[in-house]
Design a binder for this molecule. Structure first.
Ligand code: GDP
Ligand code: ZN
Length: 337
């Protein structure tokens, strides 16, 4: 077996554990204690054939070695508890957006743009799949034409056990409560553009205002050197990562039977469908469809489910164009250093 280059150099040097805040092709930005280190990838964590596009992801806990008179390197990735991923189109491999997320912050708007429950439901599926808590935010409640309607949607998601916050950056409503609920752990924020996500993040923690701008100018050698997903320390403790898109978030590649599992309120009914392989779309004696008709499953949620499994786009214009770039470098940072 070939010796690892870092072993061949002799002593392994100082060791430490750190949190990966951002990755690029040649380097990762790792928080070790209160210091951000630019680390190379060690032999064991170089990208190779496998289920994932990258071996190391933002949110990973890693072991760092600093060989004498050399840059620190990531020697290994500690086991992940969970991760949020998407299917990377060109390679058909899984692309980890953030490793070890504790919660997914789903930012939507009561108006301008109008509330889109299908998008919320898609991200809820992704959150369930990732094993992260979902926090649903309906922002711009000051612009709501019909407050009772907003409260009704909030009631639906709360009844399912999800945390829901109604916020307004304009009036400050709901902001302190939301800030409180995000303290500790890793939060991943997502939302369709225009819902006020940037404004909301800035209102939650003013330090996030500049930080969630494109990061390539502040770190690395220039444009396209770093991914768009980066973890930032959050005011109440923990970290926050912003992601640009929502559309294909963690849904791609799921079979209907998998998606149904992530609609948590379907669970009591799935067993009672006539066919074990029921997709709950057209089959006779489908207990899930019956429950939706009888109102034991909210018909709006069943409708979302059908749209997801029939591959129908949730709504036109759901995404920022940058979505395709989530978590992936637009380019290489050039030379090996
Ligand atoms: P993003 O694309 O989701 O990041 O949205 P922005 O933060 O850029 O906000 C889009 C627009 O909505 C901006 O003009 C904001 O000032 C405005 N906005 C954001 N939050 C609120 C809110 O709670 N109420 C109102 N009335 N406007 C808001
Ligand atoms: Zn069924």
């Amino acid at each position: 077996m070939a010796r690892r280059p870092e072993q061949a150099r002799g002593r392994r040097g100082a060791e430490a554990e750190g949190l990966v805040c951002a990755i690029s092709v040649r380097h990762a930005k790792v928080l070790v204690g209160d210091r951000l280190l630019r680390c190379r990838y060690g032999f064991d964590v170089r990208d190779r054939e496998g289920p994932f596009t990258r071996t190391v992801a933002a949110g990973d806990r890693v072991r760092i070695e600093t060989p004498p008179r050399s840059e620190p390197l990531i020697a290994s990735v500690l086991p992940r508890t969970n991760y949020l991923s998407r299917l990377h189109g060109p390679t058909r491999r899984e692309q980890i957006i953030v490793a070890n997320p504790d919660r997914i912050l789903i930012v939507s708007a009561a108006a301008e743009p109008s509330f889109r429950p299908r998008l919320v439901d898609r991200v809820l599926v992704a959150s369930e799949r990732a094993g992260a808590h979902a926090v649903v935010v309906v922002n711009k409640v000051d612009l709501a034409g019909d407050r009772a309607e907003v409260d009704d949607w909030a009631g639906l998601y709360r009844a399912l056990g999800y945390a829901v916050f109604l916020t307004s950056v304009a009036t400050g409503e709901g902001i302190p409560e939301l800030r409180e609920s995000l303290s500790g752990g890793i939060t991943v924020a997502c939302g369709q553009s225009g819902v006020g996500k940037s404004s909301l993040l800035a209102a939650l923690d003013s330090r996030l205002e500049l930080r969630t701008q494109p990061i390539s100018e502040r770190w690395g050698k220039g444009q396209h050197t770093t991914t768009r997903v980066e973890l930032f320390p959050f005011v109440g403790g923990g970290f926050l990562a912003d992601t640009p898109g929502v559309k294909s978030f963690g849904i791609a590649g799921l079979e209907a039977s998998d998606v149904a599992v992530f609609f948590r309120e379907f669970q009591p009914f799935i067993e009672s469908c006539r066919f074990h392989s029921c997709t709950h779309t057209h089959e006779p004696d489908c207990a899930v469809a019956r429950a939706a008709v009888e109102g034991r499953i909210d018909p709006r949620r069943f409708e979302s489910y059908l749209r997801i499994v029939t591959g129908e786009e949730p709504e036109a214009g759901d995404d920022s164009p940058a979505d395709e770039d989530v978590g992936e470098d637009a380019g290489d940072d050039g030379s090996e250093s």
